[in-house]
Design a protein around this ligand. Sequence first.
Ligand code: ADP
Ligand code: LRH
Length: 481
Amino acid sequence: AGVKSYAAVDLGASSGRVIVGRVGPDSVQLSEAHRFPNRPVRVPEGLRWDVLALYGGVLDGLRAAGRVDSVGVDGWAVDYGLLDADGALLGNPVHYRDARTEGVAEKVWATVPAAELYAATGIQYAPFNTLYQLTAARSTAQFARARRVLLVPDLLTYWLTGEQGTELTNASTTQLIDPRTRDWSYEVAGRLGVDLGLFAPLRQPGDPVGTLRPEVLAETGLSGPVPVTAVGSHDTASAVAAVPAAAGERFAYICTGTWSLAGLELPAPVLTDESRAANFTNELGLDGTVRYLRNIMGLWLLQECVRAWGEPDLGVLLRQAATVPTLRSVVDAGDGAFLAPGRMPERIAQACRASGQPVPGTRAEITRCILDSLALAHRRAVLAAQRLADHPVDVVHLVGGGTRNALLCQLTADACGLPVVAGATEAAALGNVLVQARAHGLVGDLAALRRLLTRTQPLTRYTPRGDTGRWRAAEDRLGTR
Ligand code: ADP
Ligand code: LRH
């Protein structure tokens, strides 16, 4: 009794999924209705998302999910589709790993210096921030016809409901939002000639969006009305909402999937120049919180190697990697040089050679190098965030697909010298579901939501082993300390 069902559409860079969450006063249960690959496609004009295939996957997922009380959509950040005056999509959304933004930031900084941009938006430099993508797009014929910009989760929400909006947590990744006012940065947009009228009005997680269109009901076999609710539509915002932190716990989090997003939840942004130099970002979270974090290349490094090797079994690979000695060689997993797809094993070997370390030869050695490097980057980010925000922590929460990698969890505990609590694996979907449940009156504030998680979610604890001195020495080897 009192149990309701919510469908979370969660679009990750490596797969999309529709997950049904059943939420009661003292229970949360997730079940996967459908998972589908998210395969970018390279066409002559560059790297594109196959957004129609993703939408097809969403419809299949809703059909498999069956009757639900509401639907919410989250996905990866920064990317968008352009609509013409009729509301029709103008071409496939450009992938954030596409090369079109090379050298664009420097042009933007000639008008608004990087330091001013950071002070105004709190967003770290990444070549793919929406601001730089829009700047790169400006001279194209496609952009000339564009009347609307919809971020990817907002685009799918539009197709499901016919309603257009710009959800705030994901809007913060455009680098056009002021994290203090949590509204558009009219000044930055004005100075850079960005037409904010291209964006649909802002909406907040928990806002009602509308209902599934009749055509969507017909295609999925659902009977209406089915409400659609805005969630933290940035997948990382939803994932951080689902960090199972205990009341009063001083915690850092790391969302480990295609990316590792490592940092803190803060009540206010940190906009100092030191923070900018350390490349920390201030993305917006639920209920007035700030996600103060650093982007680390993440399991992308491993995904790309596995792809290059013809998709060998991941479990076997990780077991072999566990037998390779720790910290033989490490690369800087924060290095933007690893952003583009292709030839990853060679690029990793080359980085080890260039820094005078043993060159990993076997697949197991390369895998181990990646996991050690990720753990080391996690350590750097967790230490730096505490210092820059003057916010000490006692525990690190790991969430996302990487929690299924026990070696990575243990190495992260070892490197940070802190206990690691791993879970939930599908954190973004969980946060998505719980924000919908909350909008429908089933859960209280963020703290209540997390209390529910600590009581109901399976968590695994990792205790740090040995001496963090070895990890400090590895940082020195890389020159990244
Ligand atoms: P995203 O949301 O960015 O698509 P996920 O959070 O789904 O990413 O995480 C995907 C990653 O999780 C994969 O790259 C892989 O390294 C890891 N992973 C998935 N399944 C397993 C598994 N069975 N064992 C170890 N690692 C896994
Ligand atoms: C993770 C993520 C991350 C962004 C990146 C583009 O899926 O949303 O938070 O920085 O994709």
